[in-house]
Design a binder for this molecule. Structure first.
Ligand code: GDG
Length: 482
């Protein structure tokens, strides 16, 4: 809980994110726990979509429900079917997600879903407004809610507001492909602070606002445009190391570790755990694994790739295509290389229980985190923490994950380079103990220092230091002049 002492807010913290989790439930995961802790300390409010779809609901309307979880109030709204389809499946996940991950080929610009995105952000602002107090500090998360601060300012909100983008910010030339890019980026000037995952993202922000918005730098990474000033900064997100270590010592994690070790006693395991998403580079990983089998015959009857790809956004078209492609690749690899007693690829399209994740990571000789593009990637950090320091596995990490800026002692790979990645897998499988230990020590030190508490403390500290009052009038102006 480093840095909490530095927080300078007297008021409540209000967190807004697309989904709201009960921070007291262990299944909520590290991020929910960390945000929940911050909320519990100051007393706070967590606001977002309930996850429910109201089939009979009118577009732009949402039923508000509140309940108490300790000192934290959880406030959620349901979404009307049309709002869910256009705001969530449509603009958020079929425009912003692909473009921000540099997949213009998968973006669907022609549906008119922007109207639903605006409508839901406006509705969220209306529902949140009566719950706010004057001295609240508001922390809004992720691409679903970029214009929320502007909507709140239009309703007269003067509170300090920060935004954190969990996914990458693409280079200006890619961002500019979004027909509404200027409106979206102008919305960011309604915040006091914009947090990004990596220095690369920050440099994209700097370049965009200067080239496309004619923003004038007033200090380092602080810009004036549209009559307002905003500060941007990189805050690489971390994991809750202590929580993950605790999970790793629990009976479920120990049991899966021991079962797997026994079952695969004669094999060496490579592991991938991802949501089934085209940004995660999953087919590219199977192709590289296959290339390793073809070029290094000593891996036959030995190297085994376990790929857990949990279902995600099934009703978006591009995800169904990905699933089909992956099933074909895994089947072909097993068909071509498998033996009666050895399946090279174990592909599981289900969510494994969170309690089992540390045990799985620990048993794998190689952790494969090879996204084509990723804001950060928490699996990379979880894999490091799960290892036995005496006999650690090797992290193979894509240079295009935000985590690569911090985890330089991983084997960094280019996921588009099939042979290069195959060589890295082979090198990882055969890395001498001393080198594995050295790399692991350095990685672990980094993951422990920059954990989720560091991230949260750093962001809130920077938000507390912004000059919140200076531009209120101007921000209200841009919010209403849309
Ligand atoms: C976004 C950004 C950024 C995965 N499969 C299973 C499972 N998981 C858990 C992992 C990890 C989490 O889900 C995934 O986190 P990531 O960071 O990899 O990815 P996104 O969901 O895409 O998250 C990303 C993150 O926001 C935070 O800012 O790092 O770049 O895209 O904790 O362990 N958990 C369980 N079963 C699974 O099958 N229980």
């Amino acid at each position: 809980m480093k840095n909490d002492r530095q927080m300078q807010f007297s008021g409540r913290l209000v967190v807004v994110s697309n989904r709201v989790a009960d921070p007291r439930k262990p299944a909520a995961g590290g991020l929910a726990v960390a945000l929940g802790e911050a909320l519990a300390q100051s007393g706070g409010l967590w606001f977002g979509w309930s996850g429910a779809i109201d089939e009979a609901g009118a577009p732009g309307e949402g039923r508000l429900q509140t309940r108490q979880a300790g000192r934290v109030t959880l406030a959620t709204v349901d979404l009307a079917r049309q709002d869910h389809d256009s705001y969530y499946l449509g603009y958020s996940n079929s425009v912003l997600w692909p473009v921000f991950h540099c997949r213009l080929d998968l973006a669907n610009f022609e549906t008119g879903d922007i109207a639903g995105y605006r409508r839901v952000n406006r509705m969220m602002a209306r529902k949140l407004l009566p719950l706010l107090r004057d001295d609240d500090v508001i922390w809004i998360h992720d691409y679903h809610l970029i214009p929320l601060a502007a909507e709140l300012r239009a309703l007269g909100c003067r509170q300090r507001m920060g935004f954190f983008l969990h996914i990458p910010l693409p280079p200006p030339v890619i961002l500019a492909a979004i027909p509404q890019h200027q409106w979206l980026m102008r919305s960011l000037f309604a915040y006091d602070l914009v947090g990004l995952q990596s220095e690369a993202d920050l440099s994209h922000f700097d370049r965009y606002v200067q080239a496309e918005a004619d923003a004038k730098p007033v200090a380092e990474h602080q810009y004036r445009a549209f009559g307002a000033t905003v500060r941007a900064q990189a805050f690489p997100i971390g994991i809750d190391v202590a929580e993950f270590e605790r999970l790793g010592k629990a009976p479920e994690a120990v049991e899966i570790y021991e079962n797997m070790r026994e079952e695969y006693a004669r094999r060496r395991l490579l592991l991938g755990i991802d949501r089934l998403d085209y940004s995660k580079g999953i087919p590219q990983r199977v192709r590289a694994f296959r290339s390793m089998l073809s070029r290094y015959p000593d891996t036959h009857s030995d190297a085994t790739l376990i790929m857990i790809a949990s279902p995600s956004r099934d009703s978006v078209h591009a995800y169904a295509d990905l699933r089909q492609e992956l099933e074909g690749l895994c089947g072909a690899t097993n068909g071509d290389y498998g033996e009666l007693d050895w399946m090279p690829v174990r592909y599981i399209h289900r969510t494994v229980a969170r309690k089992r994740v540390p045990g799985l990571c620990r048993v794998a000789r190689v952790g494969l985190v090879t996204p084509l593009r990723d804001g950060m990637n928490l699996v990379a950090k979880e894999y490091v923490v799960a290892q036995n320091p005496e006999d650690p596995g090797v992290l193979v990490l894509s240079r295009f994950a935000g985590a690569a800026e911090q985890l330089k002692d991983a084997l960094l790979v280019n996921p588009y380079d099939t042979e290069g990645m195959a060589d890295a897998m082979y090198r990882a499988l055969n890395m001498p103990l001393e080198e594995r230990q050295r790399r692991h020590r350095a990685l672990l030190a980094n993951v422990c220092e920059f954990d989720v508490h560091w991230w949260r403390g750093r962001f809130l500290q920077a938000l507390a230091e912004t000059n919140a009052d200076a531009d209120e009038a101007a921000r209200a102006l841009i919010a209403t002049s849309r």
